[in-house]
Design a protein around this ligand. Structure first.
Ligand SMILES: Cc1ncc(COP(=O)(O)O)c(C=O)c1O
Length: 307
């Protein structure tokens, strides 16, 4: 099986010259991971690939993972399962909705088996006893499937994200800073590990109260990796929450640059750039790389982009 064909050509890097950075003379490039693949898009291919490679080499045919009704991760895993011939199972947080989200409809169309669990049960997803009960219900044993952590994180996910900069032929040392949106922090850990010591990596947390992510990220790093920091104040109210200002910003940004953003991750990343520019937080930066981590399928969950 050839997994390498998902990244055919070099991932494009695009220079933007938007109004809110023009006066600071900063060159801002975007690594367009959203263009990696129409379905296994953004950081998702990188987070999944070592799970897929390991499952294939261990002759495991079923992948199981966890997420919400709009999970980009489950969407990509369902697409990857369909394309590469794995059975997929998605454990979905919360009651089955009266009308399935567009993401769940896609996942089912690609053959993912969806199992809805209460929020209380979902919290137990990494407990051995709970997993055993779940597998019994599915008539599967642990050696017949691979459990992929929520969001595709874990060491395999981080290792895959170490390949992101290479995929765009990026020399990290040509940038003062590399920025990206952070959910679990796995993508950021991979970027820090591959960026070398000359370049600062800055993560914009998309959830409220995400201070705990510092330890989550640090666990994947050597103690000498110190050129990184997390911005905790640009979550716009919390995970999946938006403000009118964020939505207006995304619409204006897209009109001006032609680069589509999603309101959960990349919209908040670029909005943080605008706000930090206004607060004078970009001094000392002359070359900046922002990573577009995809997630555009999730736009369908917001009425501004609902089709
Ligand atoms: C589009 C998008 N961007 C960024 C992230 C954040 O990645 P991580 O959870 O590795 O921090 C995610 C979640 O995986 C995502 O779906």
């Amino acid at each position: 099986m050839c997994f390498s064909n998902v990244i055919g050509n070099r991932v494009p890097v695009e220079r933007i010259n938007t109004y809110f950075i023009r006066k600071y003379s900063i060159a801002v490039d975007i690594l367009r991971l959203d263009q990696v693949d129409p379905l296994i898009s953004g950081n998702k291919w990188f987070k999944l690939k070592y799970f897929l490679i390991e499952a294939h080499s261990r002759k495991i045919r079923t992948l199981l993972s966890f997420g919400g009704a709009w999970s980009n991760h489950l969407h990509a895993m369902a697409a990857a399962g369909y394309r590469f011939g794995f059975q997929t199972i998605g454990i979905i947080r919360g009651e089955k909705p009266a009308k399935s989200s567009a993401m769940l409809q896609d996942a089912e169309r690609w053959g993912m088996r969806l199992i809805y669990v209460s929020r209380a049960d979902y919290k137990k997803r990494y407990e051995t006893e709970y997993q055993h009960a779940l597998l019994k219900q599915l008539s599967l044993s642990l050696d017949q499937l691979m459990i992929v952590p929520e969001g595709g994180s874990g060491e395999q996910g981080v290792r895959g994200c170490e390949d992101i900069l290479d995929a765009g032929s990026i020399q990290a040392s040509e940038y003062d800073e590399i920025w990206l949106a952070c959910g679990t922090g796995a993508t950021m850990a991979g970027i820090i590990r591959s960026a070398g010591s000359d370049t600062r990596v800055r993560g914009v947390a998309v959830l409220r109260g995400a201070g705990f992510l510092k330890d989550d990220i640090q666990q994947y790093l050597s103690p000498t990796a110190t050129r990184w920091n997390l911005e905790l104040d640009y979550h716009c109210g919390g995970y999946g929450k938006t403000t009118p200002g964020l939505i207006q910003f995304i619409l204006e940004f897209e009109r001006e640059t032609g680069v589509p953003l999603d309101p959960v991750y990349t919209g908040k990343l670029f909005f943080a750039l605008k706000k930090m520019a206004q607060l004078g937080g970009l001094s000392g930066i002359s070359r900046l790389l922002l990573i577009h981590t995809g997630g555009l399928q999730g736009r369908r969950g917001f009425r501004e982009w609902a089709t």
